[in-house]
Design a protein around this ligand. Structure first.
Ligand code: NAI
Length: 337
């Protein structure tokens, strides 16, 4: 039976990388019925809503989504679709694996980077609770709860135990935000105590950034509140070749939405410069989630094969191939595997 999957192409380069990823998934032979629904600036132009009801209705049915990036205006305009979607579906785990791809030169040649960020996805400063106290003074509320902190910590440690990972680092700023990040840390410690076989340590976020740049090989799993996770995941993407590479998943109890870490990249829209690897690797995670493990492995190996060969890479990672040429190279390998 075909899998039903909600496909949100998104804005900017979203439709380009989404089309490439759909082709790559279909090349595996897995049967998929895509329910294509609009969200973001494009949806607003069409329907007057950035997150039309059709998106939530479709995800309520399919429970699995593949999502391109959506544009969020800076400083004014409509609120973030991503934040709304994550909150509405309670997608509390933002899962971001960061691994080197063989064949892709990075600044860290000879260093083994294989880390996973677990970002709390539903609260913190992303609660969107902002108001003007008096003209010239604005307050933005950082919300940290015990429930949300415990469940992201638990998701991290359970993943570590299931996959034989050795170390969890909690990232915080509890030296300054003693109450909010202090609560987050206490929850991490509480959960860590239930997993004595897994090494647990804590790092202040600024030091964590420096350590990640200096010694990325020392990190395994990282767990952190929403804002630090947003920033640190772009940093870690930079360690392994940039935003065009790194996949992600937003996971809740009932729903899973797979998306790249990167945004809508307005600077390269329509030029054939978008690297679809990040969304393709998100689809690798999606296929695994669907139980299509063989197809997932084949797609991952095809992507890695194209990188190892190095002849058909996109411009952001030092090649000269277009989005379409890279996609064709991946599809050829998926089909011949
Ligand atoms: P961005 O990630 O869109 O772009 C940053 C830089 O990386 C740009 O130079 C871009 O060309 C490059 N880049 C990103 N993805 C690439 C890819 N697949 N292939 C080749 N190059 C790539 O970040 P920016 O410019 O800060 O944000 C643009 C818009 O995207 C904003 O409206 C932002 O709110 C939104 N955004 C959406 C996200 C999502 O929907 N999940 C995540 C991050 C940002």
């Amino acid at each position: 039976m075909a899998h039903q999957i909600t496909l949100i192409p998104g804005d900017g380069i979203g439709p380009e990388v989404a089309a490439a990823t759909v082709q790559a998934v279909e090349a595996t032979g897995v049967q998929v019925e895509w329910e294509v629904v609009p969200a973001g600036a494009a949806a607003f132009a069409e329907t007057g809503q950035v997150l039309p009801d059709s998106v939530l209705e479709s995800l309520a049915r399919t429970r699995v989504g593949l999502k391109g990036p959506v544009t969020t205006p800076v400083g004014a305009g409509h609120p973030s679709v991503n934040v709304a979607l994550r909150k509405k579906l309670d997608l509390y785990v933002n899962f971001r694996p960061v691994r080197m791809l063989a064949g892709l030169p990075t600044r860290y040649q000879g260093v083994h980077i294989d880390l996973i960020l677990f970002r709390e996805n539903t609260e913190d400063l992303y609660s969107g609770l902002e108001h003007e106290v008096v003209p010239g003074v604005v307050e933005s509320l950082k919300v940290i709860t015990r429930v949300a902190s415990l469940r992201i910590a638990r998701a991290t440690f359970e993943y570590a135990r299931r996959h034989g990972r050795r170390k969890v680092t909690a990232v915080h700023k509890a030296n300054i935000m003693k109450m909010s990040d202090g609560l987050f840390l206490r929850c991490c410690r509480e959960v860590a105590a239930e997993f004595p076989e897994i090494e647990y340590r804590e790092l202040i976020v600024d030091n964590a950034c420096m350590q990640l740049v200096m010694h990325p090989e020392n990190f395994d799993l990282l767990v952190m509140p929403n804002l630090y996770g947003d920033i640190v995941s772009d940093l870690t993407a930079g360690l392994v070749g940039g935003l065009g590479i790194v996949p992600g998943a937003n996971l809740g109890e009932r729903h899973a939405v797979f998306e790249a870490v990167h945004g809508s990249a307005p600077d390269i829209v329509g030029k054939g410069l978008a690297n679809p690897t990040a969304l393709m690797q998100s689809a690798v995670l999606m296929l695994e989630h669907l139980g299509e493990c063989e197809a997932s492995r084949r797609l991952q190996q095809a992507i890695e094969g194209v990188f190892a060969e190095g002849a058909c890479l996109t411009v952001d990672v030092g090649g000269s191939a277009s989005t379409g040429q890279f996609t064709e190279a991946v599809i050829r390998r998926v089909k011949s595997a």
